[in-house]
Design a protein around this ligand. Sequence first.
Ligand SMILES: [Cu+2]
Length: 684
Amino acid sequence: MKIVLLCSLVAAAAAWPYFGDFQRDEPDGVPTAQKQHDINFLLHKLYEPLHEANLKALEDSFDPLAHTANMPDGGVAVNKLMQEVKTQHLEERHHWFSVFNATQREEALLLVKVLLQCQDWPTAIGNAVYFRKMMNEETYVYALYTAIKHSPLTKHVVLPPLYEIMPHFFTSSEVIQQAYRAKLIEKPGRFNMNFTGTQNNPEHKIAYFGEDIGLSTHYINWHIEYPFWWNETFGYQIERRGENYFWVHHQLVNRFEAERISNHLQKIEKLHWERNLHEGFDPHTSYKNGNPFPFRHDDIHIEDVDKVAEVRDMIVMENRIRDAIAHGYVIDKEGNKVDINNEHGIDILGDIIESCVYNPYNEYYGSLHNMGHMMLGHQGDPHAKYYDTPSVLEHYETALRDPAFYKLHKYIDDLFRKHKDHLKPYTQEDLLFPGVAVNMIDIDGPLETYFEDYEYSLMNAMDDKEEMIWEDNMEISAIIPRLNHRDFSFKLGIVNNNDEKKLSTIRIFAWPHRDVNGVLMPFNEGRWHAIELDKFQKELIPGENTITRKSSESSVTVPDVPSLKSLHEQTEAAIAGSSELNLDEFVSATGLPNRLLIPKGNEAGVEFKLVVAVTDGVADSVNDEINLTTKFHHYGHHGVYLDKKPHGYPLDRRVPDERLFHEIPNFGETIVKVSNHDEHVYHH
Ligand SMILES: [Cu+2]
C-alpha cells in the first residue's frame, strides 16, 4: 500500500520543506504541484468520500465561517452558502445538475464566489473540501472548474479532462455496464465504444465530430472561461464576451458544415419554430444515477414545453432581435437606443442572444439561445411524462452530440449574419498594408486526416471501498476512434518593400470550394463559411520573407490535456523529486483540439479555398507591448486579446465585389485538397 506523504496543507509557503529553490509566480507562494495534487484528489472518485488522508483531515477540521478575515467581501458569500447548508436547501447528492436551471445555477455560483474570495491556498482548499462533502457532486464540479479557471491562485493548475472525472456523460451506457461488470468480477478490461445510432441514420456518418470527447472538452472550457452569467462581482469584467460567444459557435457551425460536405451530407437545415424538427436523437447515455438521457423521435412538431416556454414566446423573442438588427439599435431598460451598427454591435448582440444576464434589457429580449436549448431538449417529452431529467442539450458535456444543436446554432448564426451584413463593407484603404505582398502560399506535407483509437480511463465511473487508494484501481477503460491529421506546415512568401521592418498579423482561413452538390461557393458565401486555421504576428524584414508555420503551432488549437493518470503521476513525481510542476501548455484548453484543425475530407479529397491575409500588426495590436514569442490564445484569456480586430476579420463583413480581395497584394489565395483514406476504420 502506498502512503501519500505530504506535509500539512496549511503550512506557509516559506516553511515548505520540499521546494527549496521554488521560483514559480504563484501569488500565495504555494507550489503548483501541491495545488495540482489537491485538485486531482478532489476530483478523483468525485461521487465518493475523499481518498486522500490530508484532505480528509482538513475536511473534518475546516470551518468556513472561521476563515473569512481576508475575504474582500468580508465573508458574505460564505455566510450565504453556509445558510443554505444549515437550512438544508442545497441540491441533494446523486441528483442531476444543469447550469440552465436557475436555482441550481445560483447554488453553483455561490460556491464560485466563495472560492474566488479566497486569497490563499489553505483557505481555498479548506472551503473546497468542506463543500465537496456538502454539495451535489455535479454542481460542485461545475463550480470548482469555473473557480480554478478564474482564480489567480490556480493560474498554473490544469483542469483534468472531464471525460475521466464524470465518464458517464461521455460514455455509452453499454460500455459503462461492461465496466461495472469488469469491476464486479475484478477483471481489468478495455471496451470498444461505438458512436450512437446505426448506419441507417445518415447523421451517424458525422457522429465522430459531435461525439469527439476532446471537442466537448473545448466546448466546456470555453463556457467556463466565458460564462453567460459572469459579471464584475466575480472579480473583473470579461471583454468581448458576447462576440466570443458568436465566434466560437460560428466556427463550430462552419466546421460541422465542412464535415457534412466531407461525408456527402446536405447542409444543415436551420431551426424554424413552426416547422418539424426532422432529426431525432437517442443519446445512449445515462446519468450517474442510472436515469437515461431523454430520447427524441424523428419529425417532431415543435411543441410548447411545460415550465420552459411556449413556441410563440420563442418567435416573439426572435422577432424582437430581428427588429433590433433591422433598426441597427437595441433598447436598454431605460428605453435608450444603443447603436449596434458598429464594430462592437456584435458583442451586444451576442449577449442579447445567448442569455438574459449581460443583456441590456432582459425582460424584453429574453434569452433566445439558452431557452432554445431547453425547448429543443424537451421536445421528446414536452410535458415531462416520461423523464424528469434534462436532455443532452442542457449540458455542455453532451450538447454537441445532438444534431438539433447545429440546427439551433445555424439559426442563431444566421441572425448574426444579418447584423454583420448591415455593416459597411471594408474598403481597399481599410485592408491595404502598403508595401507588403503575399507572393507564395504553399503547404509542406499532406493535408490528410485519419482515425486513431483513443483510450480513456473509466476508473471514476465506478464506486469503491473508502480505503481504496488510487494506484490499486484496476485498469478499466473505453476505446473510441477519433479524428487526427498528419503534421503539415504553411509556407508563405511575403515581400516587404518598405525600408524598415514591419510587424504583421497573419490570418489563415479555409472554406469548402464547392458545396455538397458540387456547386462553386461564391466568395461572399464562402467567406461566411470560413474556418479559421491560424492567426499570429510576425516581423517582416525588408525584402523577401519566407515564413514556415507548423500545424502544431496554430493559435486556434490546444494540445490534448493529459489523462488524469498522467496528471497524477507527473504531480506525484514532482512532489517526490522536490521539483516544480510545469504543465502550462495544457492550462488554457480553450481552443479546438489540434487534432481537429482541419476537416476530415474524404477518399477523393475535398477542395478548400485557402486565404492568407497579412495586415498591419501595429494597427491590430491591443497595446504597444508586442510579444512575438508568446503563443496567444485565440479566444483570448479572461477577455484579454492580442489583436483588437473583430473575430473573423477581414472576412467578417459582406464582400459585394470579390475583385477587391483579389486585387489587394497583401492577401493571397489558393486551392488545397484534404483527404482521408480511413473510412473503413470509422465504419467498422
Ligand atoms: Cu448553444
